[in-house]
Design a protein around this ligand. Structure first.
Ligand SMILES: Nc1ncnc2c1ncn2[C@@H]1O[C@H](COP(=O)(O)OP(=O)(O)O)[C@@H](O)[C@H]1O
Ligand SMILES: [Mg+2]
Length: 322
């Protein structure tokens, strides 16, 4: 695939650290003492409701907004202190900010010249983003989805170690969403850090390795997807069996928490392997044994209702990188 040739194979080690990052607009605190480490080789979903501070955080990372307090360091430096910042962090912040009278090709050419990027990357980016067919049409004729694609092409132009995209799924059709997810996975696999914000949990669930959730500018959760699935109160194993009463009895003896559900049982406190073994030992035939993971919406509700604390573990994760 074309992308493989355009993703550099050099080892990516770039670390971005946000320390006590805070932004106040008058009496309104948009971002509130945010501590995060953005490490290479993963897709990080940056989630929160509208107005929770996602865009402001992203703008502070690339020095578009000055923090009121705290800072962001990229390998020990501030983003704007790098001589060629587009090769460090590529961004898509606002697709409507593109000059509408330029074509996609002109837009990328101007940026490539300004950032000292070889012109061959322009055609590669047009191809990767599927814009090669419309490269000579003016941006004002583009749909929002096409503008997003041009924004992605812009972000990737400098082959940066970190890619930060603010709500890139907005306006994308189903094919576009699928394509973007595949692209993010490929970028992360090549060692890059991909940070993708969204106010829709469902867009991120299928692609993120790690999720960072903020609310009112504050960190609510920071953990890998696996960890979140394990910790959530909404995770369980659903079973159906030939003798539900019997399996319920034996599972309860093994300290499981068992609840009736549909034509089966919801089981917590035991994993699928243990349940399968217990069924076999008791000569019970299982008709279904399914692991049910929470949706991010479930997790968000758990957090905001104060039912679960997801932040403590995130702090431990940070320490690994210090
Ligand atoms: N330039 C600005 N001036 C005043 N308030 C702002 C400005 N930018 C953002 N805000 C406020 O800061 C909060 C966070 O906004 P934002 O970062 O855009 O959130 P999100 O991207 O999560 O929707 C909101 O309450 C918003 O109204
Ligand atoms: Mg925003």
């Amino acid at each position: 695939m074309a992308l493989i040739t355009t993703i550099s194979q050099r080892k990516v080690m770039q670390l971005i650290k946000l320390a006590n990052l805070t932004k106040k607009y008058g009496s309104k605190t948009a971002v509130d003492h945010l501590n995060l480490v953005l490490a290479p080789g993963s897709v990080i979903g940056f989630l929160g409701p509208n107005g929770s501070g996602k865009s402001t955080t992203m703008k502070m990372i690339i020095s578009l907004v000055r923090p009121t307090f705290g800072n962001v360091v990229v390998d020990g430096k501030t983003y704007r202190d790098f001589p060629e910042p587009a090769k460090r962090i590529g961004t898509l912040i606002d697709p409507s900010a593109l000059d509408k009278n330029l074509t996609a090709k002109q837009h990328l050419s101007i940026l490539a010249t300004a950032a000292n990027i070889p012109p061959r990357r322009i055609d590669e980016m047009l191809q990767i983003t599927g814009l090669d067919r419309v490269q000579n049409k003016k941006v004002k004729t583009y749909s929002l989805g096409m503008k997003q694609r041009l924004g992605v092409a812009t972000a990737l132009l400098g082959d940066p170690d970190t890619v930060i995209l603010d709500e890139p799924f907005n306006g994308m059709d189903v094919d576009g969403i699928k394509w973007l997810r595949g692209l993010f996975k490929q970028l992360a696999k090549s060692g890059k850090c991909v940070v993708v914000s969204s106010h829709l949990m469902s867009e991120i669930q299928a692609v993120a390795d790690r999720v960072v959730i903020i609310g009112q500018g504050r960190l609510l959760a920071d953990m890998t997807m696996d960890e979140m699935n394990r910790r959530s109160l909404s995770s369980y194993i659903y079973i159906e069996a030939n003798d539900l009463d019997k399996i319920k009895r034996v599972l309860l003896k093994k300290q499981a928490i068992v609840q009736p559900s549909k034509s089966g049982l919801k089981v917590r406190n035991l994993d699928a392997k243990e349940i399968g073994k217990i069924a076999l030992e008791n000569q019970i035939i299982l008709h279904e044994l399914t692991k049910v993971n929470p949706s991010l919406e479930d997790v968000f509700t758990e957090i905001t209702d104060g039912k679960a604390d997801y932040v403590a573990k995130g702090v431990i994760m940070h320490e690994k990188f210090d």
